[in-house]
Design a protein around this ligand. Structure first.
Ligand code: HEM
Length: 249
């Protein structure tokens, strides 16, 4: 077995630890979100004696708890899927590294403004969300075979995705290598109950993922079997626990 060099380390990824990690970094880096929450709390508090106010300390605590519960595990779990996909698809990881080196380089941290210049990395993050499908909460909306209901023929749906069961970032790219959105892809849901944290989550995923890939190469430790692709279900879809060897770039 190859001994890890000084610039190499190993982590075991499963739910739990990484949430604390995400909370810590959200606290450090997302000052705008923190300030908005703080301002809103002050406003609620200021109006608390008005007869129309529904402010209570308990409501405030519940709202904050909601944001943390809904916002941390979802983000850290998606990042866990992203590392798994990088381990399983080294050629895709290499292309992300190349794009980061070309657009950002090694001398500054990634910013959200870089995103529009990084179509491949954006497509990879979207494909992680599609493939990991961490909150499969919607009912099935497709006919998987030709069906007849009370005399009406309903043909089998065509798949929207070229390779639905594979990790294939090109699902979110056109033939010229531009990033393309797919309107049918709604990992944050839609309508009245759409995720309130969507923008924050998208920003976090981009910044975390590019920062990690800017600094590290990820590979399967030499003494470990190839990690499993299939998810474990506990409220959301998690990857099976896996180990990852990170070496400094
Ligand atoms: C990758 C990250 C995330 C994913 C995939 C995600 C996904 C979702 C989905 C699918 C829903 C809709 C649930 C339903 O249909 O009832 C939802 C709701 C919600 N999300 Fe997120 N979310 C993420 C990150 C966040 C973040 C960062 C926050 C807050 C900081 C957040 C806060 C919420 C809240 C409060 C709701 C409930 C909204 C309501 O019912 O009005 N989420 N999220």
């Amino acid at each position: 077995m190859k001994a890890p060099s000084q610039k190499e380390g190993r982590i075991r990824l499963h739910s739990g630890y990484s949430n604390l990690w995400v909370v810590g970094v959200i606290h450090d880096r997302c000052s705008r979100a923190r300030d908005a929450l703080y301002t809103r709390s002050l406003l609620l508090h200021k109006n608390k004696d008005s007869p129309t106010s529904n402010f209570t300390e308990e409501t405030l605590l519940m709202v904050i708890a909601d944001l943390f519960i809904a916002g941390t595990d979802t983000t850290s779990n998606t990042l866990r899927w992203s590392l798994l996909m990088m381990l399983l698809h080294p050629h895709i990881q290499k292309k992300v590294h190349e794009e980061i080196d070309r657009v950002i380089g090694a001398d500054r941290v990634p910013t959200i403004e870089d995103q529009s210049k990084m179509p491949y990395t954006s497509a990879v993050i979207h494909e992680v969300q599609r493939y990991g499908n961490i909150l499969p909460i919607a009912l099935l909306h497709m006919t998987y075979r030709n069906t007849n209901i009370q005399g009406f023929d309903i043909p089998k749906d065509k798949s929207i995705w070229k390779k639905p069961y594979q990790f294939y970032p090109e699902h979110f790219m056109d033939s010229e290598g531009n990033f393309v959105k797919n309107e049918t892809f709604i990992p944050f849901s839609a309508g009245r109950r759409i995720c309130v944290g969507e923008q924050l989550a998208r920003m976090n995923l981009f910044i975390f993922f590019t920062t990690l890939l800017q600094r590290f190469k990820f590979r399967i430790p030499d003494d470990q079997p190839s990690p499993r692709h299939d998810p474990v279900f506990f409220i959301s879809y998690y990857p099976n626990p896996f180990q990852v060897c990170c070496s400094e770039r």
